[in-house]
Write a protein that binds this ligand. Structure first.
Ligand SMILES: [Fe+2]
Length: 511
């Protein structure tokens, strides 16, 4: 018997009820299957998750020399705890958030610390010593005393520094406040009565003047939420934009005048929510359009849609708008969202992905005056890439260089796993690129561009990112010089422990 439960966004949330199904697997076959396969396939260690929270700070072995003016902390977030009490999440996106802090001192010493995000769900499960099997792609029959999406918000996608704290970001609910030093969780972020409980997505955009923009989506209400938080302001400005059918937008872009939210045709079907997980309550429509919702920054309710052929996207680079109202930005185009339905479920059961869809780097050209748009591939279609990063000094302004993870197209173990083996820098005008390929069995995670203090060009800085050696069970923090002609590894810190494969991060420099 499948139970249908109606969950309500937090008491003060203005959008009312949110409906998520809570069903159950009678015995946890996901847990059993994963642990049967784990001893024979070392790559599964990337998805094993931590068994116990580690509250210690660890010194790392350092090779090479960290530049004296690169001082600060790289914070990263991702699904970090996958199982508890003999139960295991059924989808990689459901793992409890694990925030890691790599601290680089002025003497070039590197330390590592990590803490789980103590969300309401985490505390609930800890008290029971058993996972509540409910989430983005996990289905359970267990009743969960839930009052809204924040009841299963795991705060596991990204981080945002704010007011000397660190926010752990999810997609369907609130951000979580953490102590930036100790990584202890200080509760949900509630900026105002009006905005409490509204979804705050994991990819906010911050303009050079400090103005923060974000969006959220409330599927059952067929509504988008737009957030604007001005520098120094305590309360955000909120707009509610009707949108039907709703989809799962993960990222958006901001220019000097507009907000652009691409909406792929992965449509929410309310009737399917009764018997399926949240992701399975959606249906892909390859015959429908990828809608680019173009909103005015002055009033996001003033908007229009430009249609493009169906494609799935997770991430975009940075958008800039010329004097003719033409907007350009890059994204990573997938034929469909099967990666979410197939690979990220299979790995939780200890199985290889059935099929791999390679994301291709494309550039959008959106003409806001003529109201048309086009998409053009920037690289050879044999090169898969994802996780874009720009020089943040260029946010909402013209950029030319992109840093990203890539696959160099040679057959390898990481290719079979649907993972990347390289970090790349690509010039978006010439399509010139430089690439560093990691050793076998070493999987890079998102890499960031960190500007230095000696120049304002997009090549005046470093590339900083982590990599996971799942055979030797080590985690590395890697530093490259961001030259136009090559990526040179100049320093590396090693933690003698394999951390779980994660998602996004940010670097906070220390003066
Ligand atoms: Fe993301």
């Amino acid at each position: 018997m499948l139970n249908r439960r109606v969950l309500v966004i937090g008491a003060t949330g203005s959008l009312g009820a949110s409906m998520f199904p809570v069903h159950s697997a009678p015995s946890d076959s996901t847990y059993t299957s994963f642990h049967k396969n784990l001893p024979n396939q070392s790559w599964l260690r990337l998805y094993a998750g931590i068994q116990q929270e580690d509250t210690d700070t660890h010194s790392c072995h350092v090779d090479g020399n960290w530049p004296r003016d690169l001082v600060g902390a790289l914070y990263r977030n991702g699904p970090g705890r996958m199982e508890l009490g003999g139960r295991r999440y059924q989808h990689w996106f459901d793992g409890d958030g694990l925030v890691q802090k790599w601290s680089i001192s002025h003497t070039g010493e590197v330390t590592h610390r990590s803490r789980l995000v103590h969300t309401h769900k985490f505390l609930h499960d800890e008290a029971r010593n058993e996972l509540s099997l409910v989430g983005f792609g996990t289905v359970s029959e267990d009743p969960l005393s839930a009052s809204g999406p924040d009841a299963f918000n795991v705060g596991n996608i990204s981080v945002l520094p704010r007011d000397n704290e660190l926010l752990a970001l999810w997609e369907g609910g609130s951000a979580w406040r953490m102590n930036a030093d100790t990584l202890t969780t200080n509760g949900k972020l509630e900026l105002s009565t009006e905005s409490a409980g509204l979804p705050f997505s994991a990819h906010p955009r911050v303009e050079p003047n400090g103005t923060l923009w974000n969006f959220g989506y409330v599927s059952h209400m067929a509504a988008l939420v737009i957030w604007r938080l001005d520098p120094g302001a305590r309360e955000p400005k909120i707009w509610i934009i009707p949108r039907s059918p709703m989809t799962i937008p993960h990222d958006f872009v901001v220019t000097s005048k507009h907000l652009l939210l691409p909406l792929p045709p992965l449509h929410y079907e309310p009737d399917r929510a009764v018997e399926h997980s949240f992701i399975d309550a959606h249906e892909w429509h390859p015959d429908r359009s990828l809608d680019i919702l173009v909103m005015s920054k002055d009033d996001p309710n003033s908007n229009f849609v430009i249609e493009l052929p169906a494609a799935w996207f997770f991430h975009y680079s940075n958008a800039w708008e010329d004097e003719d109202g033409v907007i350009r930005f890059e994204g990573f185009s997938y034929d469909d969202p099967s990666l979410m339905y197939d690979a990220f479920r299979n790995v939780m059961r200890g199985k290889m992905p059935d099929s791999i869809s390679d994301p291709q780097l494309v550039q959008f050209r959106v003409d806001t005056k003529k109201r048309n748009a086009s998409v053009e591939a920037l690289l050879d279609d044999q090169i898969a890439c994802e996780f874009p990063c720009i020089d943040r000094r260029r946010s909402t302004e013209r950029h030319e260089w992109l840093t990203m993870l890539a696959h160099d197209a040679r057959p390898s173990s990481s290719k079979e796993l649907g993972l990347f083996n390289s970090v790349a820098r690509v010039h978006t005008v010439s399509s010139d690129s430089v690439l560093y390929t990691y050793p076998h069995h070493e999987i890079p995670e998102e890499h960031l561009f960190i500007p230095n203090r000696h120049g304002s060009q997009e090549t005046d800085g470093w590339i900083l990112g982590t990599s996971l050696d799942y055979v030797d069970e080590k985690t590395h923090l890697n530093l490259f010089e961001a030259r136009e002609t090559a990526l040179e590894l100049v320093a590396r810190a090693t933690l003698p422990r394999l951390m779980p494969l994660g998602l996004h991060g940010q670097f906070v420099g220390t003066a």
